[in-house]
Design a binder for this molecule. Structure first.
Ligand code: PLP
Length: 417
């Protein structure tokens, strides 16, 4: 969309919603044209320089063969037309069984589960269904980049609760939580385990958020796509906290857990009336998606022979080792990482290396260390207080093969001195 003429408040080029989206995501240039995202800029830089791309957060190795085979089998078995609107029954049942097995949550697969085009669509449909002009939607900050765009699309206002860096990692301040809630709060969208900081919110932190949501009669929407990728930290779904199940939409997806991010199989569950609201919007976004992959994910989640469970356990173990490799290299480099307890991202502070602005560091890293990363400000409200507080912070992913990661670690260690 680069090169668009500046928008005017008249005629055909009157302010449109896409411009709100561009502004909310920091893509509006001073002259009114629209820039490429920093993700696109950094990926192009990686391609141009041959640097290791630790900017984009997807695995460089596919998920387990038995799940891939299940997708092939589903195609060969003829599951190639539109699946049912709410999702194939086997997957809705598998999601309900997964929630019972892992979290003791009772979910009705008939009325309380909706399959979506990844977690992204579930989030978008929930926000569009439940918030609009005059409403406020709260998220943590920094936040996953689709949140601000989706809230802008809904025409709602975005308020945030900052995650603050501390000695034991990033944490929430209860006063910040209280300050974010108002009479206009409709939704609070909570991502834990948290991308980009790698924080896994504690039961206490989640309880404080939940208490405010109840007091303001707000709906809780959770993004739990990294629910199984934690390193010793307990993942607590907010729907399991006292008094929250009847106001919580729980969202997850197969992409991160099974290393098939391209399949875009996600789901949302919650009280029937909230799921109905989300489905009402979702059916006119994509209607349905990923038919044969829904069958494969259903088989994987059902996990009768334990192969999926073994895969996920091994993935989390191996990610913990990869985290340690990268954290060690970043520490040696003087980059001051915050040790993640979940996800496959680590954030680190470039100030110690003499970079008050992480954008400059990210532009220099390919030449200096052979590595590409993303400034944390890309996950913040453009020009806002959190973007300023975290201006020198950078996000790296470690979901890359051990040899690729070793090369990146060597480059980073050479930054020292
Ligand atoms: C990757 C990611 C998503 C997107 O999930 P999909 O299932 O691919 O749509 C959503 N939220 C967070 C925090 C993510 O990191």
């Amino acid at each position: 969309m680069g090169g668009r003429r500046p928008a005017r408040h008249n005629g055909a080029m009157r302010e449109r919603r896409w411009q709100d989206v561009a502004r909310a995501t920091g893509l509006t240039r001073a002259d009114g044209t629209v820039a490429a995202t920093i993700f696109a800029e950094m990926s192009a830089l990686a391609t141009r320089t041959g640097a290791v791309n630790l900017g984009q957060g997807f695995p460089d190795v596919d998920g387990p063969a038995h799940v891939r085979d299940a997708a092939v089998a589903a195609i060969l078995a003829g599951h190639n037309q539109y699946p049912p609107g709410p999702g194939v029954p086997a997957l809705r049942e598998a999601v309900a069984a997964h929630q019972r097995r892992h979290y003791d949550l009772e979910v009705d697969p008939e009325t309380e589960v909706l399959v979506t085009a990844g977690a992204t669509e579930a989030i978008a449909a929930a926000v569009l269904a439940l918030a609009g002009p005059g409403d406020e939607v709260i998220t943590l900050e920094p936040f996953y980049d689709s949140y601000a765009a989706t809230i802008a699309l809904a025409g709602a206002a975005h308020r945030t609760i900052p995650l603050r860096p501390g000695p034991g990692g990033f944490h929430l301040d209860p006063d910040d939580v209280a300050a974010a809630f108002t009479d206009r709060t409709r939704l609070v969208l909570v991502n834990s385990p948290h991308n980009p900081t790698g924080t896994v919110l504690t039961r206490e932190e989640l309880t404080v958020i939940g208490e405010h949501a109840r007091a303001r009669d707000a709906v809780v929407v959770t993004d739990e796509v990294y629910e199984h990728l934690t390193y010793g930290a307990e993942h607590v779904p907010m729907a399991t906290l006292p008094g929250l199940a009847d106001r919580t939409l729980t969202i997850s997806s197969a992409g991160k857990t099974l290393s098939f991010t391209g399949w875009k199989v996600g789901w949302v569950h919650g009280p029937a009336e909230l799921v109905t609201a989300v489905r009402t919007v979702k059916q006119f976004l994509t209607y349905v998606a990923s038919g044969p992959f829904q069958h494969a994910v259903a088989a994987a989640l059902t996990d009768e022979d334990g192969r999926t469970g073994a895969y996920v356990t091994a993935l989390a173990d191996s990610l913990r080792r990869r985290r340690d490799t990268l954290v060690d290299a970043l520490t040696t480099a003087g980059l001051n990482p915050s040790v993640p307890r979940g996800t496959y991202f680590v954030v680190a502070d470039g100030a110690g290396l003499g970079y008050p602005d992480a954008v400059d560091l990210c532009r220099d890293l390919p030449a200096r260390a052979g590595v590409v990363a993303i400034p944390v400000s890309a996950f913040c409200t453009p020009g806002g207080p959190v973007a300023r507080e975290l201006a020198s912070w950078v996000r790296f992913t470690y979901v890359k093969s051990p040899d690729v990661l070793a090369r990146a670690a060597e480059g980073l260690r050479s930054l020292r001195g």
